[in-house]
Design a protein around this ligand. Sequence first.
Ligand SMILES: [Zn+2]
Length: 220
Amino acid sequence: MKKEQLKKELKTLFRSMDFVSNNFLDDKKVNKKDFQTFFNIYQQLGLAWEFLGLQCKHWDGYKKIKDANEVCKICGKVKGIDESHYLLPIKGLKKLGAKLMPDSKKTFKNKKEAAIVNDTIDFHGATVNVDVHNSYKSSLFKEHEISVAADRIVRLKESGAECWIDQHLIYVKMNKKGKKPGKKKYGGFPWEIKRKNLKNFPIIFDFDENYKFLGLTILR
Ligand SMILES: [Zn+2]
């Protein structure tokens, strides 16, 4: 919404809120049942205010109010207060949050204090989680307290497959339906695995003429 249109919408909304408040909520003669109805209308107008306010870029700056706070001259939102909703365009790129990285050399007492962001979105059926944290002490194994390194971890889950990308590695976990994995789990570089066993792995390596590794494809 453009600035002028938003200003107009908000002005009308504030007028409606004032009307309900002055004529019905402050009126001692209104009976209980009617009061509840007008109270609900006021709450719904408040919700509309919240969503209209998401479109405000606070173009005209802030003005001081009583409690040492500053509010936007257009939408009336208090400066510096976190928004509780996001507004995303239906068409085009949806951008949610900025790219954050670990920002301290300190090792924090626990995971909570080290957290910078840990947020998940379900996007058209695919799940993406971003976990950015500084270093912290983990007492997962009681006797051995270990330090977890600062990291930025992005996880994508789609159709049973899971992709984990952090600052040191990219890991893909397969989930083949109907085939239960064995009890033991091994890992190894391709040259450590016998050729006949390698044939079980549906992986194609991409490389250039100098055998520089370019990527890989896993067939499902
Ligand atoms: Zn504003």
